[in-house]
Design a protein around this ligand. Structure first.
Ligand code: ATP
Length: 369
């Protein structure tokens, strides 16, 4: 089965009653913020919700979706009967990390014909580490950690990642080929599907951007403009608290304590203002390259996961081409979005503003695919 043609999705969109567009997403990840932001802009919302989560999503008065579509399994969205129901409600879907996780990138590309914010082609470019690198490093000229195609070449501290590992679980550090082979053996890893990446030493910052193909209010891109909507840092358990044990690596190994990078929460932060030109420039290059590689490019919210080194160089180790959970800190706006709008604008609200603007300009097809 091939990719759903964009013309089919745009065909459905053209039949939508423009005054009755609803914003919908799966009740998980950043859904509350997406619903609240849509309500701020006067949209009705639809929450696609697993039966056992309805009470949770009803527990937030303002963010509670205007309407629930209750499902036994989130994958039920892919059923044509369910998709037709969503289309008949004039729904525009907002994808988030769990949405992609539940449905699967391939299913979204090949089976989902409900209009969705953003460009589905990006899924291919971010889910394949080699393609992601071609986009970010070669085409965008963004500084990234070195990658070792063979463990025998390891000559610095490295982080070893697995394909499909979610939220960094099970990643480990090694500093030599021998350490790599020892760890792989100890952990019983047999499939060899690992990525060996230079371990970046510095401070992690997760930059939240929003790219609009037709706004001219942000930082200028080749086409449209880019806004910085916020920055977060992730709490990763247990790596972020290991120092509290006051133990050396050897003592931790003896006590059976293994570092893990599983995300448990997020905290807000701002950067030294002098880093902002570089933050925008990196974001712009990634957007411009996306427009060249998979037109119309990476529409809407995205995040660059970075490490800022002591030399103040910003290195990018990962991109997420949609709203990220770190934006939830800013449900009532971030310092940066306040500076752009003079009022609280969350990432969810920014998405709703874009839909509103696109409807007014008759350009919904430019931001929905
Ligand atoms: P997600 O999809 O949630 O972003 P993931 O499975 O793609 O997770 P990464 O984001 O690549 O995993 O990495 C998880 C964590 O591991 C990062 O948040 C960071 O703390 C650490 N990490 C990843 N790459 C590096 C690196 N090159 N140097 C130092 N730390 C890193």
């Amino acid at each position: 089965m091939g990719m759903i043609p964009v013309s089919r999705i745009h065909g459905a969109l053209e039949k939508y009653k423009k005054g009755d567009i609803k914003i919908a997403t799966v009740c998980s990840h950043s859904a509350l913020q997406i619903f609240a932001g849509a309500h701020d802009e006067g949209f009705k919302t639809v929450g696609i919700c697993a039966r056992d989560r309805v009470d949770t999503y009803k527990a937030f008065g303002y963010a509670q979706p205007s309407e629930f579509v209750v499902v036994d399994s989130i994958k039920d969205i892919l059923k044509p009967s369910m998709q037709d129901e969503l289309v008949s409600k004039n729904v525009i879907l907002v994808p988030h990390g769990s949405f992609v996780e539940y449905l699967g990138a391939k299913n979204i590309e090949d089976k989902l014909y409900v209009p969705m914010i953003g460009n589905r082609a990006v899924l291919d470019w971010e889910s394949d580490r080699k393609k992601e690198r071609e986009w970010l490093s070669e085409k965008s000229k963004v500084s990234m950690p070195r990658v070792f195609s063979s463990p025998d070449d390891i000559d610095c501290l490295c982080i070893v990642k697995f394909d499909g590992a979610k939220g960094g679980s099970g990643y480990f550090k090694v500093a030599s080929p021998k350490e790599y082979y020892d760890e792989v053996k100890k952990r019983g890893i047999t499939d060899g599907n690992t990525t060996i990446q230079e371990y970046l030493v510095g401070v992690r910052y997760y930059m939240h951007y929003f790219y609009s193909p037709f706004s001219d209010k942000g930082y200028p891109c080749k086409r449209g403009s880019l806004e910085l909507t916020g920055i977060d840092r992730r709490d990763e358990s247990n790596i972020d608290e290991l120092h509290r044990l006051g133990m050396s690596g050897a003592e931790m190994a003896k006590a059976g304590v293994d570092a893990s990078y599983t995300v448990t929460g997020n905290t807000g932060c701002v950067l030294r203002e002098s880093l902002l030109p570089e933050v925008f420039e990196i974001g712009k290059r990634v957007v411009d390259a996306s427009c060249d590689l998979f037109s119309p490019g990476m529409i809407g919210p995205f995040c660059l996961e970075t490490v800022v080194t002591p030399e103040l160089e910003i290195k990018v180790f990962e991109a997420s081409a949609r709203i990220v959970a770190g934006t939830n800190i800013y449900a009532d706006g971030s310092p940066y979005s306040y500076l752009s709008y003079g009022k609280p604008v969350s990432c969810g609200r920014r998405i709703a503003l874009e839909v509103k603007d696109a409807v007014a300009k008759g350009r919904l097809c430019d931001i929905v695919g």
